[in-house]
Design a protein around this ligand. Sequence first.
Ligand SMILES: [Zn+2]
Length: 157
Amino acid sequence: MDATLAMAAYNGLKFAKDSLTTIVQGKVEIDTQTRILAALEKLGTAQDALFQMRDEMFSLQVENQQLKSEAEQNKKRQEKLDQYELVKTTGGAIVHRSKGEPLHYLCPSCINKGQLEILQDNRTMSGTFRCTACAADYPINPRENRPPIRKDYAPYP
Ligand SMILES: [Zn+2]
């Protein structure tokens, strides 16, 4: 049963109630009038219940649509995540690494929040990569221990 059927039932009851009300306003015996009034009261109660059911059904349909949409998004995110594997990098970070080229890593913190964010190389001696979404740094590559650059160093004679 959907909202359209509930509305049809509601309209049917409304028609019956209105018809009976019109009859009561005509000349009928007191006993018959009392019974018709009792029937009218029951019809009114049923009409209210149907009206309420229609509203609840509408809410459930909206909620159902939202859940379907969320399930679809989760499925797509999982399909993307299946293209990665959890690894410990040479720098010591535990992150998701792409199975294919170009090799890249995902921010584990953002994955937990439902986002797939690619880590960017900071290009520093520390070997860290940064998540541009949450600004977290991860030690992907081992720390380099290069000698400090001399200021009097001239690359060209
Ligand atoms: Zn992040």
